[in-house]
Write a new protein. Structure first.
Length: 102
C-alpha cells in the first residue's frame, strides 16, 4: 500500500508565504495609502504605457463583470428558493398547533 507523502515546504517557500501574508496585512491596515499609490500608478501607466493601461482596464472590466454575474446568480438562487418555499407552503398548509399540550 502506498501512503501519500507530505509535501515539505522549503525555507524559501515558507519565507515567501509569510511575505505575502505580511503584504496583505499591510495593505488591509493602510487602505488610504495603498489607494493613493494605486491611483498614481494608474495615471503614470496611462501616460507612459497606454497599451498596458488598456490591458489593465480590460482585466478590471472582466473581473467586475464576473463578480456581478456571480452576485446575480446568488440572488437568483435565493429568489428561486424563496419562491419554491412559498409554493410549498401554499400547496401544503400547516394545520398543526404550535406548542405542546399536557
Amino acid at each position: 500500500m502506498i501512503e501519500p507523502t507530505e509535501v515539505q515546504e522549503t525555507p524559501a517557500e515558507r519565507m515567501y508565504k509569510k511575505h505575502l501574508f505580511n503584504v496583505s496585512k499591510y495593505q488591509k491596515n493602510n487602505k488610504e495609502k495603498i489607494g493613493k499609490k494605486q491611483k498614481e500608478y494608474l495615471i503614470k501607466i496611462k501616460q507612459d504605457e497606454p497599451e498596458k493601461y488598456k490591458e489593465i482596464q480590460a482585466k478590471r472590466h472582466a473581473y467586475y463583470i464576473k463578480r456581478t454575474a456571480e452576485a446575480a446568480a446568488k440572488i437568483n438562487v435565493l429568489v428561486e428558493l424563496e419562491q419554491k418555499k412559498l409554493v410549498i407552503t401554499k400547496e401544503v398548509p400547516d394545520t398543526r398547533r404550535s406548542g405542546f399540550r399536557r
